[in-house]
Design a protein around this ligand. Structure first.
Ligand code: SF4
Length: 233
């Protein structure tokens, strides 16, 4: 927090701002752990009463490696440090300063529910049939299409699960300004939604109807063929 000369965050009797500047002074690079350090996160949300800012607004002139997430994935944090230590270099970063190897894909790109999105099969309410069948959570607010992170492939707790697998949409916690990016349970309006494709039940019904119609036609033709020729042939 920059407000009141940093007095909103005091560590050991001094503004944290002072500690940050001292710590960064001799650093080769600074890793901004989490969405607070990377973007400002909840305390920087409107109306931001303490004038909270991310690290790159305070520390300039040296690389800032952003590792956003609320919290970031443990394996991602480890991977960034390992890269620095093993290669003695900054990992390749995207235009926003995030390591590409972990933030190069959207949650949507690696989501196991993506086939349901493509098929236009969506959860409309958390207690509907689609929710029970594990359909896409986009219409109940999933931010996967606009969120860059590794949750879809690395997951959490040694790969055990992640929010979407637990039945809740991604809230986009690793993106800038996510607290002010609309209500979590409202769908994004900027993403085109595929038209609803027939589900397996509908396809099954259509096939059954077509088969029944075929049987009727076949029966009619057979009947006509077996009819005695009134012309006496
Ligand atoms: S919108 Fe969310 S639940 Fe649906 S496919 Fe994309 S990331 Fe997965």
């Amino acid at each position: 927090p920059l407000g009141e000369d940093g007095m909103y965050c005091i560590v050991n009797g001094e503004p944290f701002l002072k500690h940050l500047k001292e710590s960064a002074e001799g650093a080769k690079a600074v890793i901004a752990w989490g969405s607070c350090a990377s973007w400002g996160c909840v305390q920087a949300a409107k109306p931001n009463p303490t004038t909270a800012v991310p690290i790159h607004k305070v520390i300039t002139g040296k690389p800032i490696i952003k590792v956003p997430g609320c919290p970031p994935i443990a394996e991602v944090m480890t991977g960034v440090i390992m890269h620095l230590v093993l290669f003695d270099s900054i990992p390749p970063l995207d235009s926003q300063g995030r390591p590409k190897q972990f933030y190069g894909n959207r949650i949507h790109d690696t989501c196991y529910r993506r086939a349901f999105f493509n098929a236009g099969q969506f959860v409309e309410r958390f207690d509907d049939e689609g929710a029970k069948k594990g359909w896409c959570l986009y219409k109940v607010g999933c931010r996967g299409p606009t969120t860059y992170n590794s949750c879809g492939n690395i997951r959490w707790y040694n790969g055990l699960s992640y929010p979407i697998q637990a039945g809740h949409g991604c809230i986009g916690c690793s993106e800038d300004n996510f607290w002010d990016n609309g209500p979590f349970y409202h769908r994004l309006t900027t993403i085109p939604v595929p038209s609803v494709e027939a589900n397996a039940d509908k396809v099954g019904m259509a096939v059954a109807a077509a088969a029944a119609a075929g049987a009727v036609v076949h029966g009619v033709i057979s009947k006509l063929r077996s009819k005695p020729n009134r012309g006496g042939e």
